[in-house]
Design a protein around this ligand. Structure first.
Ligand SMILES: Cc1ncc(COP(=O)(O)O)c(C=O)c1O
Length: 340
């Protein structure tokens, strides 16, 4: 099977697994695991923030960050199709106790005026205090879209001018960095906290890191404990993370090239609408064709290819470490049979 459902299906390389065997370990709840400390420091440096914190998953990282930024009953502005809104079980409401203001974006891109209109409402006895803006880069449902730095900076300024913080769900921030040639630390320089995933394109089996100020991370460490994310000899997770930050970032450009090859093959069919392919995600809308996502999925599965159902007429293909050029060439060769 050529599994294009998600970059979360990446398997760790032998070299990555070997780092676990020699990792120096300790109890990380006691802050005594040197390998975790090393990863957190390296992650903070890569993202240009003061400190980092290893968490179990992207969902946990976003949740913990949002717990730290918000008090119960406060408002948060986020994009309607963001991962935090759509795929994190409503943790923002059910755990953080925050009230979400959803902005309709254009493939994930929010219009600054829409965001400003929420933050500048002023005081009214009927309204919540809006204290946080959440961004996502790259934007998953936007088709791995890179949110331009100017947009991130403009939206962050709106939030900061109105006494609110900014959290970036940067699950795939290094895809954005590699594709734009801009340092990840530069992209996120004006946001307060970032969550990035080790277990997607970077190829680790487990883990995410959140970064921010020393004070933010200090408080997040307690919030991580609340949600059961305080781990003991977590160096076995951190060691692959260190390996990934040192060895797996630059190669993301290969995944981007593969995604472009898929885009090119699919764009031969006029009735398929493909979202802009900026990085490693290809999202295809079949509504102008006679094919439903179920049809596409069945036809592709018969040819040994798996894709994700994103809607009745929306499917997704994701490229990642382990999906080879030969795999992509095979997919490209069967596309005409599937969509003709
Ligand atoms: C943009 C984005 N944020 C957060 C997550 C959550 O990561 P995890 O699956 O590790 O909880 C994902 C996972 O696909 C994602 O795509």
């Amino acid at each position: 099977m050529i599994d294009l459902r998600s970059d979360t299906f990446t398997l760790p390389s032998k070299e990555m697994i070997e780092t676990i065997l020699t990792a120096e370990l300790g109890d990380d709840v006691w802050e005594e695991d040197p390998t975790v400390k090393e990863l957190e420091a390296l992650a903070a440096k890569e993202l240009g923030k003061e400190a980092g914190l290893l968490v179990s998953s992207g969902t946990q990282g976003n949740l913990v960050a949002n717990m730290t930024h918000l008090n119960r009953g406060e408002g948060v502005v986020l994009e309607k199709e963001s991962h935090i809104n759509m795929y994190e079980v409503g943790g923002l409401s059910q755990v953080v106790g925050a009230f979400p203001f959803l902005i309709e974006g254009n493939n994930g891109l929010m219009n600054p005026q829409d965001v400003e209109s929420i933050f500048t409402r002023g005081y009214n006895v009927h309204w919540v205090d809006t204290k946080l803006l959440c961004l996502e880069n790259t934007h998953n449902r936007g088709g791995g879209r890179i949110i331009p730095k100017e947009n991130i900076d403009r939206l962050s300024k709106i939030a900061h001018d109105n006494n609110a913080s900014v959290h970036l769900d940067g699950a795939r921030i290094f895809n954005a960095a590699v594709a734009t040639g801009m340092e990840a630390s530069k992209i996120v320089e004006n946001v307060d906290s970032v969550q990035f995933c080790l277990s997607k394109g970077l190829g680790c089996p487990i883990g995410s890191v959140i970064v921010g100020s020393e004070e933010f991370i200090h408080e997040s460490r307690r919030n991580r404990k609340v949600v059961g994310g305080g781990l003991r000899q977590a160096g076995i997770i951190a060691a692959p993370g260190i390996y990934a930050l040192n060895n797996m970032i630059d190669r993301l450009s290969e995944d981007h090239k593969h995604a472009k090859m898929l885009e090119k093959a699919l764009s031969e069919f006029e009735d398929l609408k493909i979202k802009n392919v900026d990085t490693n995600i290809v999202i295809v809308d079949t509504s102008a064709s006679k094919l439903s996502t179920a049809d596409v999925r069945d036809r592709l599965e018969n040819k040994g290819i798996k894709v994700t159902h994103m809607g009745d007429q929306l499917f997704r293909m994701v490229t990642y470490f382990g999906i080879t050029l030969e795999d992509i060439q095979h997919v490209v060769s069967v596309i005409p049979e599937v969509f003709s």
